[in-house]
Design a protein around this ligand. Structure first.
Ligand SMILES: [Zn+2]
Length: 286
């Protein structure tokens, strides 16, 4: 099996992106893996700190390993891990990669914590890749009405270059108009010029787009054409799964067999993941 780093090299060279989808239950993970397998697409799955606490770090990593043993190109990421302790917990639980998100801290402290995680990651499982984050990404993984954003929160190209040189991260999450979650009373737009400037100073570096739920397909495509090699989707998947589950429970209140009422939600999640993988251009890249 190719490593995640190899897939990222191919994605950057070929201008396509690896999809990243969050999960907190075994059936959600299964939906993502099956969708990717049917399209012969490599895929990343992630757990935030909260999602990981719910399913269990060891359990999440072991489930993903079991799919890898069956030959699936699926990699588990510790998504937005904000402290040394939580990042270390994920690495010790054999996650394939980690996002240390110290973007809320002053840049010097962000660099310091990220460096510490990169140093430790090199000693884990022959070295695992680390993602860093720079810029202030607003919003949360849910449906919101409005989120104030300002260009002052965007990732600054010169800072990004310095951050990567100092921390030696393998990929970088950036902010250029993206917001976490879905906003209903506001149009979300990406600033492709900012992205281009960051790509210019960091040639070959996989850049990560978080908060892609709710963005127009055309904007995501433009971002991928201009250096984004990894796209995170969480809220849209949560909504697809939840809405179908809600409908099932309402329509069949006497159905108590989990695989019967969860099945349609899993299928709905699969459909959504497939549509995204097609948009990201990763179909057939295994
Ligand atoms: Zn994110």
């Amino acid at each position: 099996m190719k490593t995640l780093k190899q897939y990222f090299r191919e994605a950057v060279a070929g201008r396509w992106a690896i999809g990243h989808f969050n999960f907190s239950t075994g059936d959600q993970l299964r939906a993502i893996v099956e969708a990717a397998a049917e399209l012969k697409s490599p895929v990343m799955v992630g757990t935030s700190e909260g999602e990981a606490r719910f399913i269990g770090y060891t359990q999440a990593a072991a489930l993903v390993k079991s799919y890898q043993q069956e030959g699936h190109a699926v990699f588990i990421n510790a998504d937005h891990h904000k402290s040394w302790e939580s990042a270390k917990t994920a690495m010790d639980a054999a996650y394939d990669t980690v996002l240390i998100d110290a973007s809320k801290l002053p840049i010097e402290e962000n660099i310091k914590l990220t460096k510490k995680v990169v140093a430790y990651a090199q000693s884990v499982n022959m070295g695992i890749p680390v993602e860093g984050e720079l810029g202030y990404l607003k919003g949360s993984s849910e449906v919101q009405t409005k989120v104030e954003i300002s260009t002052a929160d965007y990732t600054k190209p010169e800072e990004a270059k310095d951050f990567v040189a100092q921390t030696r991260v393998d990929r970088l999450a950036i902010v250029f108009g993206n917001i976490h979650g879905i906003v209903t009373e506001q149009e979300e737009h990406l600033d492709i010029d900012t992205l281009k400037k960051i790509t210019e100073v960091l040639p070959g570096m996989p850049l990560v787009l978080h908060g892609a739920s709710g963005l127009l397909a055309e904007e995501i495509k433009m971002a991928i054409q201009n250096g984004i090699a990894n796209v995170h989707i969480n809220t849209e998947l949560r909504v697809a799964y939840h809405d179908m589950l809600h409908k099932e429970l309402e329509e069949k209140p006497k159905e108590t067999t989990p695989y019967k009422y969860l099945g349609p939600a899993l299928e709905e999640a699969k459909k959504m993941v497939k549509a995204k993988l097609e948009l990201f251009g990763s179909v057939g890249k295994i």
